[in-house]
Design a protein around this ligand. Structure first.
Ligand code: TRP
Length: 325
């Protein structure tokens, strides 16, 4: 199993409930690899002086969320040149037409004066991330489904053309799909790139900030508390968050409330409780930089063994001459 996350600063509740919490559960059931995809962060404007720190901070949050480096492999994409190497080989398998159809490319490139080639080939690098580890299970959000489909197509085409080389990956649908929406704009998902600070609960937020943001969350016309994401996105988002934090069914939760106020108060309290141990662990991990470094060093060593074998297989398949000694 493999999944990836960009080293965006300020990790939020959407990252935690939509991804990390499931990864923590999955690590015990699969041979799991978690990749911090810093190369993908170069596809849009970024601040070089912050990227390093963000990569480290993402590592800290993954550890704080409960990933256990004794059980799973946590590593940084750019530490393994195999990712870029395989990406090139796969660029010669994927087609221009197929990349042009990627909706995320259309969204991210729209309105930009100059579009980086890397933004266009982004999904091929992602395919390399996946295929390097023979991953057959790839947990991703809805927005990454099309990229995963591309990885499948590229793997199948490569295998058909050059002989069986890659495991064809499958998307993994999380058992509990917590889709956390922006508190200020509940029709779109909670995300650093589109949201405002008031709509995002950061994992680092103090309890008072969490309470304030949830109290000010946009609700819907009317006063009924019902779980109906289509017609009542604001209230349903609060119910979904409360449900994720308490492991109770959102419809059953809705039946207990007749007003928005108490729902908001309980949701805030539940989120504060849920995040408390994560924040405690985050502080511990921050206090131990050599631990974080050793996690990434060991992760790169473990991942590197697998990646090197896969790249060797791919190189042989396409007929590259072995390096001569
Ligand atoms: N593109 C993914 C995202 O933006 C991150 C990612 C990169 C990824 N490589 C991956 C996810 C491999 C799963 C598997 O969320």
């Amino acid at each position: 199993m493999l999944s990836g996350v960009q080293p965006s600063g300020d990790v939020h509740l959407g990252n935690y409930l939509g991804a990390f919490r499931n990864w923590v559960a999955d690590q015990h059931e699969h041979d799991a690899y978690y990749c911090i995809v810093d190369l993908h962060a170069l596809t849009l404007d970024h601040d070089p002086s912050r990227l390093r720190e963000r990569t480290l901070d993402m590592t800290r949050w993954l550890l704080a969320a409960g990933l256990d480096p004794r059980v799973c492999t946590i590593f940084v994409q750019s530490h393994l040149p195999e990712h870029t190497e395989l990406s090139w080989i796969l660029e010669c398998t994927a087609t221009y037409g197929e990349l042009r159809r990627m909706t995320q490319f259309k969204d991210k490139s729209g309105g930009q004066e100059s579009v980086r080639v890397g933004l266009f080939t982004y999904p091929v690098l992602m395919a390399a991330d996946i295929l390097l580890y023979d991953a057959d299970r790839v947990p991703v959000g809805d927005d990454q489904r099309q990229h995963l489909e591309l990885a499948r197509n590229v793997a199948q085409r490569f295998n058909a053309r050059y002989g069986d080389t890659f495991v064809v990956p499958d998307a993994a649908i999380p058992r509990v799909a917590a889709r956390v929406m922006d508190l200020q704009a509940p029709e779109r998902k909670m995300s650093k790139t589109t949201g405002t600070d008031a709509g995002l609960v950061y994992l680092a937020d103090e309890p008072a900030a969490i309470e304030r943001k949830i109290r000010r969350a946009v609700t819907d016309p009317g006063t009924d508390v019902v779980f109906d994401p289509e017609n009542k996105p604001g209230v349903s988002n609060l119910l979904a968050i409360l449900s994720a934090a308490t492991n109770e069914d959102p419809t059953a939760l809705a039946a207990r409330y007749t007003q928005y106020g108490p729902l908001k108060a309980d949701t805030a309290a539940a989120v504060v409780e849920m995040l408390r141990p994560v924040q405690d662990r985050y502080r511990e991990v921050c206090a131990d930089p050599s631990f974080v470094e050793s996690v990434l060093a060991e992760g790169a060593a473990r991942a590197g063994k697998v990646a090197a074998e896969t790249v060797a297989r791919a190189r042989r398949a396409v007929g590259l001459l072995e390096p001569l000694r």
